[in-house]
Design a protein around this ligand. Sequence first.
Ligand code: 13P
Length: 260
Amino acid sequence: MTSPTKKIKPLVAGNWKMNGTGADLREVRRLHTHLSKMKYGCDVAVCAPATLVHRLAAMKFGAKIMTGGQDCHAAEKGAHTGDVSAEMLKDAGAKWVIVGHSERRADVKRGGHGETSKIVREKMLAAQKAELRSIVCVGELLSERKAGDTLKVVGAQLRQSLPDTCSAADIVIAYEPVWAIGSGLTPSVEQISAVHAHIRKALVRRFGTPGGAMRILYGGSVKPSNASELMMIKDVNGALVGGASLKAQDFAGIIAAYQR
Ligand code: 13P
């Protein structure tokens, strides 16, 4: 029997974080030029800062380079100064939104927003209602890995963050070990493999067959030089890329891991 994961179309998504002004959208144009010369078998998205979502979507790269946001509020509208709702992102042309990134889950002292998995779940429900697809991030701190708690932590984040109504069409999981983000460190193939297998099992247990079709991305210091090795790991169905998504050449170099 062939594994259902064999049929999954991978996704390579860029997360620009708090980087980029209008001028930097030229990198997306360059990326488009690179992609036009390549044959590759994955979906591509760029999750831009909220200020650029509309302009990115207006570049009309359609399904070739899909537009995403990096967060949404759980409410549709209201007195939430500075926040952006899923409806607003959708209206600006986004197809995707990242929810539960570790930089937002982190507490305020560490520059985050202290988002709990419960909040992340509410955001995913809001995204679903607005017909946005979510990329939900999970991942352990270095201290949790050292304590041998990785699978427990990731399992709990997954259980508590995902609503029961998830489908493979509208959610993607991104495993991002916090200690691998922006650090140049990547887990070993065995470490990634163990966590992705654990996530796959948990998804199938909870959602049945559709859980076997959900994409599980790896994120954390993915670059052109390590992308092929990382993307070959079983149950790794693409990448969520930070720093290396800011430059077209690097991002295209990662997408090239799925070159046909
Ligand atoms: P880096 O690729 O810069 O390590 O960031 C990963 C990340 O946090 C993507 O969401």
